[in-house]
Design a protein around this ligand. Structure first.
Ligand SMILES: [Zn+2]
Length: 252
């Protein structure tokens, strides 16, 4: 088995308070961030990384806004932004997948999980255990569906030749990033939310998460891997970088 192509899939946008990307300087205002899923085509079938936001956020930007308070999270989603629509544009449906990888259980990464019954969902043990422990208490409970078949992994693992899962806790307790090696581009490091943006990764600016110290340790680990692999590094929610990559049908 080998990796053939990597595609970037856009799955909507989300407004977030700017301080969340820089908890040191805490700038005021809101940012409008891209939400991504990633499709890896292999000789044995496609692998999907993350499932975007849940369908019930379509046309509901005020879902998280408390009356009388400044909004901090504003999902901007249309029917075209669902994971099924994005996957469909690439010519696939869930049953075509070799497997699905969940980088973590936040709503903008596992929101569409429920559409993937019958597909193996690969998640880190620490992330799964924490999700189980917080079940019901966390508003982003979209990972939690009785029909889902989770496959638990622990630490850094080779998912298939050319796709490595990297344990990068900090943003959440069991976050994982993905290193993909493609024939066209070579190594591509999808930090996902181990770095929201370039400043987190390159300048070590801490950002919103469960444990900022652990975030910086995971970034140090990823920087070493990126250097050793001479990887193209793609961040989880970077508004500059989103203008520099091409989405499906472009392939990397
Ligand atoms: Zn995210």
């Amino acid at each position: 088995m080998s990796v053939e192509k990597l595609h970037f899939l856009k799955t909507g946008r989300c407004g977030v308070a700017a301080w969340m990307l820089d908890t040191q300087n805490r700038p005021a205002g809101m940012l409008d961030l891209p939400i991504w899923a990633y499709l890896i085509e292999t000789t044995d079938g496609p692998i999907l990384i993350d499932t975007g936001m849940p369908d019930e956020m379509i046309g509901k930007p005020d879902l998280f806004t408390q009356p009388g308070r400044e909004p901090e999270i504003v999902p901007r989603m249309t029917a075209d932004d669902t994971i099924l629509a994005a996957l469909g544009r690439a010519g696939y449906q869930p049953s075509d997948l070799l497997c699905l990888v969940n980088t973590h259980t936040h709503f903008d990464h596992s929101g569409g999980n429920r559409h993937f019954h019958g597909v193996e969902v690969v998640i880190q043990k620490a992330e799964y255990d924490a999700a189980i422990a917080n079940r019901g208490a966390d508003p982003s409970d979209f990972w939690n569906d009785a029909g889902l078949n989770y496959r638990i992994v622990e630490g850094d693992v080779e998912l298939v030749p050319g796709v490595r899962l990297l344990f990068t806790p900090g943003h959440t307790v069991g976050h994982q990033s993905v290193l993909v090696t493609t024939p066209k581009t070579g190594a591509v490091l999808l930090t996902v939310d181990a770095s929201y943006c370039r400043a987190n990764f390159e300048d070590g600016i801490p950002f919103a998460g469960a444990d900022e110290g652990l975030e910086l340790q995971s970034i140090a680990k990823l920087r070493e891997i990126a250097k050793a692999e001479q990887a193209f590094v793609f961040y989880g929610h970077d508004t500059v970088q989103e203008t520099q990559v091409d989405t499906y049908p472009a392939a990397y």
